[in-house]
Design a protein around this ligand. Sequence first.
Ligand SMILES: NC(=O)c1ccc[n+]([C@@H]2O[C@H](COP(=O)([O-])OP(=O)(O)OC[C@H]3O[C@@H](n4cnc5c(N)ncnc54)[C@H](O)[C@@H]3O)[C@@H](O)[C@H]2O)c1
Length: 374
Amino acid sequence: MPNLVEPDTQFREHFVDFRVAKTVNTIPYDASLPQKPAKDTPLGNHSSKKVTIVGMGQVGLGCVCAILNQDICGTLALIDISAKKLEGEAKDFQQGSAFHQHTTILASDAYDVSENSDMVVITAGVAQQPGESRLSLVDRNANIMKKIMPEVLKYSPNATILIVSNPCDIMTAIAAKLAGPDFPQGKVFGAGTCLDTSRFQALIAQSMDLDPKNVHGYIIGEHGDSSIPVWSSVRVGALPLLEPGEEPNDTLKKIHKSVVNSAYDIISLKGYTNWAIGMSTAYICKAVLNDTRTIIPVSTCVRGLYDVEGDVFLSLPCSLSSHGVQRVAVLPLSDSEKSTFQKCAKSIWEVQKPIWENLLPKSEPKEAPKPEEA
Ligand SMILES: NC(=O)c1ccc[n+]([C@@H]2O[C@H](COP(=O)([O-])OP(=O)(O)OC[C@H]3O[C@@H](n4cnc5c(N)ncnc54)[C@H](O)[C@@H]3O)[C@@H](O)[C@H]2O)c1
């Protein structure tokens, strides 16, 4: 079917290809990624799709519950190192199969169960304890990621990989580097600020007694303490929340503070967060598996954007295709938003750098060829 409205080129200018954004050096962008919508992709063809979830803790369970209830895939493979608990969880889910479309549930502590997945979601890892920051998990979860990624790639070399484990942005960068330079950029991305954004929308909507779906706006940057609310682009219905140049008032600042504190608050009450991250993960999976080109803030390599220099992964609104991040929306940021984004990239890079630089075994320096004997 032809487009009813031809795409507006000015609007498109805000959506910058990785190539144009020159984001990539160490993890090259695969220029062969299709940029045109795959029009023949059947929507809702859930039965042909396979999703694997690695890590069946609280977050993994939240993801399975949301994915099953939204009829997103025909096969769901669950992986965890704790085989006995995994068996129990899988049986429990299998016994609810009368209440959703048919989804085959497989479970194992061995990765062959994940073979030929279209999408792999990684939630394995240590979670925050009450009062603990996400960044403090970095070393422990980096070691777990080093074990998981080779197995995932061995059995599903063509899967789109979504990282949920925290600190989400650094874990995504690590997973992307472990995937290697031939793995297409954008096929590994992080859940990033998708959840922060839904918290943001919910709180603004609550303060105005409106439907959160009528609040359009993004939290960008780190999934964590230095996340950035892009006040300058928030719309409620079609109306801008602030006039151009207007600064957020105290109520709005408090809303962002609540977003940042949400995980700490919920963890202090129930020990973990899982339902909202489960729902946002299912939302992302749906966009990828159905190739919908939905714009969702997710964590992707931002090298070259807003003058960021390092291989830092942070969230920006991205259109998602079956290949993962297809395009990045380079929002027009105010000066203060841009400088906060740069500071955020710098602080993430400082934590990431020591792991990043020692992640792959150093290759032996090549011996200089001996001069040919006369
Ligand atoms: N990105 C987000 O928005 C978001 C939101 C909430 C939590 N998280 C993060 O998700 C992660 C999981 O949180 P949780 O509450 O489910 O923790 P959890 O402790 O309940 O579960 C972690 C699971 O990972 C498994 N695991 C550990 N090492 C593994 C390995 N090598 N292979 C396979 N499985 C392994 C454990 O057995 C356990 O079942 C944490 O890092 C947490 O901070 C992210």
